[in-house]
Design a protein around this ligand. Structure first.
Ligand code: ADP
Ligand code: MG
Length: 368
């Protein structure tokens, strides 16, 4: 189902037409609105107001309805409320079955018995392009959601590859993270819900945000500030950084508590990792003293070459970083997935890369 709101114009139909039937993309204006619509069985004034909003939106959508796409606002509402009230699942690394928790929309109505745990904000960064940052954010997001985590992914790259790989056409978006970064919209107003994962989408406009931010005081904190009201509603927030060490990546590192570094195991001279670590040191010194490097994810790993293993083996000594297990094997299935608007976990659920990302998600949850 493709449901549009403030974020997606009617031409979103072109984006959703690529989606497998039964797939849902829901865009909603504000997480807070979800809180104001909890009771679907009574006719409160709030519900009436929301019903009429959704009805208007639904009417707009009928003209863009696609085969296999439903635009029933009540069903969407029920689904969102269902999501919110989903019983907590036992997460990995939580022997008592406690679930990480925040203070946002998903949490109301949960039993007080659940232990509150901080949201983890993880930036996936490496200024080298093509090392599988975007692939890793998408696949890990899907794997974490599969494992019962409430996941938000943030597309901080003006190339909007993450947005596209979720099956959302960046050209069809009226508003995106760009507007959020410039303070023209709240993060909750541009959220897109794709399956179980929430996405803060990017458009090419985000490239302009770099220039705008340069003249602003506190420019490094723009993303952190924007995510502030939202993060408590999630267990994990994954930020897909652009392939540079510019102000957008600094914003990603400033907003994050942890960094994950995808590393393509094809050359021993990964000079870029050293530069990234220097940038992380700067971020620690000026904007985010608690930033922690979780480690390296070995990507596009080809077991047939000795070099790949040598690169992995050299990482701890060379950079003082640990390599999370397992490496993600190179596979054409991974390269096929973005064009389908799916993660590798949906595209080829039992493939080796899908299994590797599931295992990595478990390692991540254990590595606190
Ligand atoms: N494990 C893999 N096997 C094969 N291709 C991969 C794998 N991981 C990523 N790719 C492909 O490599 C290219 C670059 O990946 P991407 O995630 O966009 O990198 P980045 O975000 O670092 O620029 C994409 O075409 C992607 O589909
Ligand atoms: Mg990318």
């Amino acid at each position: 189902m493709a449901l549009t709101s403030a974020g997606i114009t009617s031409s979103a139909a072109s984006a959703t037409s690529r989606m497998p039937s039964g797939r849902q993309t829901v865009c909603f204006e504000s997480m807070n609105q979800l809180d104001r619509r909890p009771d679907l069985s009574t006719k409160s004034p709030v519900r009436t107001e929301c019903d009429s909003r959704w009805a208007t939106r639904s009417a707009r959508l009928t003209s863009t309805t696609l085969p296999g796409v439903t635009c029933d606002p009540t069903a969407i509402l029920e689904r969102v409320v269902e999501d919110r009230d989903r019983p907590a699942q036992r997460p990995f690394g939580a022997p008592d079955g406690s679930r990480s928790s925040g203070s946002g929309a998903f949490d109301r109505g949960r039993s007080r018995a659940y232990t509150r745990r901080m949201t983890r904000v993880i930036a996936v960064a490496n200024q080298k392009g093509g090392v599988a940052k975007t692939t890793t954010v998408h696949a890990l997001g899907a794997a974490l959601a599969e494992q019962g985590q409430r996941v938000l992914v943030v597309d901080l790259d003006p190339q909007a590859c993450l947005t596209f790989s979720f099956g959302v056409d960046p050209d069809a978006l009226e508003r995106s993270l760009h507007d959020v970064m410039l303070g023209r919209a709240k993060a909750a107003e541009v959220l897109v819900k794709v399956g179980d994962v929430h996405l803060l989408p990017a458009t090419i406009d985000l490239a302009g945000a770099e220039v705008h931010l340069l003249s602003r005081t506190g420019r490094e904190f723009q993303l952190k500030r924007a995510l502030g009201p939202l993060v408590g509603s999630y267990d994990v927030v994954l930020i897909d950084c652009p392939p540079s060490l510019g102000i957008l990546t600094i914003n990603g590192l400033t907003a994050a508590g942890e960094v994950l570094v995808p590393l393509q195991c094809e050359t021993l001279s990964n000079r870029g990792v050293g530069q990234l670590l220097e940038t992380i040191e700067d971020v620690r010194a000026y904007t985010n003293p608690d930033l922690r490097v979780l480690g390296v994810v070995a990507t596009l790993f080809d077991r047939r070459t000795r070099l790949a293993q040598e690169v992995v083996d050299s990482v701890p000594e060379r950079y003082g970083l640990r390599v999370l297990e397992p490496p993600v094997p190179k596979s054409v299935k991974v390269a096929e997935a973005p064009a389908q608007g799916r993660s590798i976990l949906e595209h080829a659920p039992s493939s080796k890369p899908a299994q590797a990302y599931r295992q990595l998600a478990r390692s991540l949850l254990e590595a606190r």
